[in-house]
Every structure is written in structure tokens, then in C-alpha cells.
Design a protein around this ligand. Sequence first.
Ligand SMILES: C[S@@+](CC[C@H](N)C(=O)[O-])C[C@H]1O[C@@H](n2cnc3c(N)ncnc32)[C@H](O)[C@@H]1O
Length: 353
Amino acid sequence: MTDPTGLVRGIEIQAAGCTALGSPFSGVLLTAMAGDVTARGPSSRLFEPWLGASTRAVLEAAAPLRLLGALHDLVLSGAAPALAATYPRSGAPGDADAAWPQVLAAMDTERPRLEAFMTHEPQTNEVGRAGVLLAGFLTLAQETGLPLRCFELGASAGLNQQWDHFRYELAGAGAWGDPAAPVVIDVDWRGAAPPVGAKVSVLSRAACDRKPVDLTVAAARRRLRAYVWADQPDRLARLDGAIDAALAAGTKVEAEDAVAWTRRRPAPAVGAATVLYHSVVWQYMPADSQAALTEAIDAHGAAARPSAPFAWLRMEPDQTNLAAMELRLTLWPGGDERRLAFVHPHGAWVEWL
Ligand SMILES: C[S@@+](CC[C@H](N)C(=O)[O-])C[C@H]1O[C@@H](n2cnc3c(N)ncnc32)[C@H](O)[C@@H]1O
């Protein structure tokens, strides 16, 4: 019989991660799933592709988040009212203990639908990360005094391309953006304030993803919403606002691999600061793509001039502090590289350095 130890451990680690990141509802459901896999209950049938996998493989495939997302998608679809009644909704916190028997029932009656959802790798677009990237854009605008040409890699649905149309409330460090903006991002700011007074104008914006999310398709919008943990209504509301803003703006994401696109698209241009940026993309690229991308970025950096600067701004995991991510900026000419901040993976807090 296949040994599910790696799978069970992977689900437990994901449960702890969700709880630590402010989703106790997900933590309880995942913990119950881990026990159910051990007991060879219905969860083990849905996790069949990962039954004998290592913990690492389970987490790399985000298998626990696939099932969590599949269940939330079912709830959001309206097709499972008994399950939905136990989930968090319009101000009610939800009851994970009451949800679990309904989850078990749905795993039985809705199995083909859940399995089909789980065949996709999870794809999110976290609008809260704009609150982190903002500080990098402000720094760049202040230091160059130039308008920005923005190029985003791994943009998913492209929601963060509209970053300059959001409102940011940086608790303890001021605010930035139109107070009437439909998307408000709250950040628990730690340390000195970023240059919120910098004059910012965005001259152009473009983005790529190897598999862009098409926001004009209702099922794709619901899939994006399903990956937001059910007990995080603020994140969901922010996502909805950003989806509306992206649809209204006609946001485009070009379907292309990051390396080819970077070679082709963001060459520096006179009279603007060209910035290539990304958040939580690097880890999904194989080592040879990371090397090729770094080479393409260095080539643009080498072509930069004081009148045509080039910047690489990225929010990615910090190898020295696994509980946090970091924001880094490299600016050419010169290629000066700085760690600007340690940050929460969804942008809930920023520790400005
Ligand atoms: C975790 S999501 C992050 C999306 C978005 N940057 C955000 O922070 O919300 C990672 C994204 O990177 C994209 N991606 C991964 N490897 C890629 C590559 N080689 N080229 C382009 N996009 C890639 C995926 O399709 C996915 O949309």
C-alpha cells in the first residue's frame, strides 16, 4: 500500500502556514484533511496523484491549496448551499468544524468537479503586493526624477499593473494615491516612511505571463477568487476591486515566457526610467531560465544611460529569512543593488530598511 507520510506532512505544513498567515479556517480544514488521508478517507482519493509523493513534491505542486481552492470554488459557484452555509460570508466568520462534515459529503458527491479543478496548478494574483512594490516605484521616481515605463513579469491576470490607480494607507508612514480609488491597500508599515512625496507618473505599462489569466472569462475570475482563503474577506474585496479596475482599463497580459519577453521588450529609453518588476515568480522558474533572465536584465542594465536608466525591482522570497519575503532594487547605470525591505508574503506589513 502506498505510504502517504509525505503527503500528510505536506498538508500539515500547509495548515500551519495558512494559520500563521491569518487563515485559521483553512488551517482547521487542512488539519482535518491530513487526518482523513491517514485514515484513507475521501481526501485520499482526491489527493491520489500525490499519495506516495515526498513532502517537498506535495508542497511544490501546492496539492493542499488545490483542494482548498477547489472547495472554495464550489462554494463560490453556488452549487453547494449546505457547504456554503458553513463558510465565511458577508461578515459571518464561518465555522470550520461545522464545514468539515459538509466537506466530506462534497468530496463524495462533487468528486469529478473537485478533481477537475485540482488538475490546474494554483494561480493567484495578490493585489496586496502592490503595497510593497509601491515603495520601490516611489524610490525609483524620487531618485531618477523621471516618469516610469513599467514592465511586469509573471503578472498572472495583470492586476498589479494598475498599481498607481490604487490608494495606499501605510499605517504609521502616511498614505499615497487617490483617496477615492476603488481599491484601498492597507499596509502595516514598520520603520521610516518611503518617499511618499515623490512625483510619480506612469508613461506606459506592459506585462507578460506564461499563462495569463483571462479576466473576461467568468470561470477564470472565479478561479482567481477561489484561491483567496475563504476567511480573508478583505483580500477578496481588494481582488474584486482590482478585477473591476483591470477590466475597465483594458489591462493586457502578453502570453510569453519571461526570458524571451525580457530580451525583447523592456530596453531602456531616453527620458524615462524603465522598470522591470515581478513578485513571487522567481521560484517557479528553473535555474537555467533564472540565469538567462539575469543575463537579459544585465544586458538592459549595460545599455542604460543617465538619461535612460533601467531598474530591476522584485519582491521575492528571502533566502536568509524564510518567514518573510524581501523587496530588492537594482538601478543602472551603475548596477547598484539594495534590499529595500523585508515584507509579508501578501503585503500585510513592510519593514522598510
Ligand atoms: C504566484 S503567481 C504570482 C502572480 C503575481 N506576480 C502576483 O504577485 O500576484 C506566479 C506567476 O508567475 C507566472 N510564471 C511562472 N513562470 C513563468 C515564466 N517562466 N514566464 C512567465 N510567467 C511565469 C505564473 O504563470 C504565475 O502567474
